[in-house]
Design a protein around this ligand. Sequence first.
Ligand SMILES: CC(C)(COP(=O)(O)OP(=O)(O)OC[C@H]1O[C@@H](n2cnc3c(N)ncnc32)[C@H](O)[C@@H]1OP(=O)(O)O)[C@@H](O)C(=O)NCCC(=O)NCCS
Length: 155
Amino acid sequence: MADVSRLGVDDAGELLTLQRAAYVTEAQLHHDLTLPALTQSVDDLVAELELPHVTALGIKLGARLVAALRLSVHGEVAEVGRLTVVPDLQGRGLGSRLLAAVDDWVPPSVTRVELFTGEHSVANIRLYERKGFVEFKRENVGSYDLVFLARTIVH
Ligand SMILES: CC(C)(COP(=O)(O)OP(=O)(O)OC[C@H]1O[C@@H](n2cnc3c(N)ncnc32)[C@H](O)[C@@H]1OP(=O)(O)O)[C@@H](O)C(=O)NCCC(=O)NCCS
């Protein structure tokens, strides 16, 4: 099984393709085609990848990028965003593997990992709760809520 590696601006094009393909199901579940993951431009994605507090991690099978996430570190908190697996390989453990790798990539100052998903993404919420995440808030974004979950890291 391929390793988790750090992605850079050279991966931006593939990352954008992966994120758009994977987030279609989120958009369908929430009847929302304006999700930032779907509307982000490649220039904005490159700028995000260049931010010093942002790390993109991915799994490649050969030349193909098959899974990715972004880590954004703010002091003691690391936010996980844009967790995505290519549609044809979902449900085979790649997302879980990337989530588990987070602890290896955050600085020792980080004691808490946060992420969010839409309230209708019950399969995602089930996955996150199984991995030790606990809901700590909800935010309304129009016709649905975003569910925020967190877990602690013990270094
Ligand atoms: C959510 C996602 C990253 C999970 O990665 P994965 O590799 O498919 O998941 P794993 O194989 O590691 O774990 C399986 C669990 O993930 C959850 N899951 C969420 N979406 C799933 C999907 N489309 N297919 C299979 N499992 C999914 C389920 O809880 C599943 O467990 P179950 O079989 O008991 O229902 C991936 O399915 C994906 O990219 N989905 C679309 C984009 C998305 O929703 N991203 C998260 C936004 S917050």
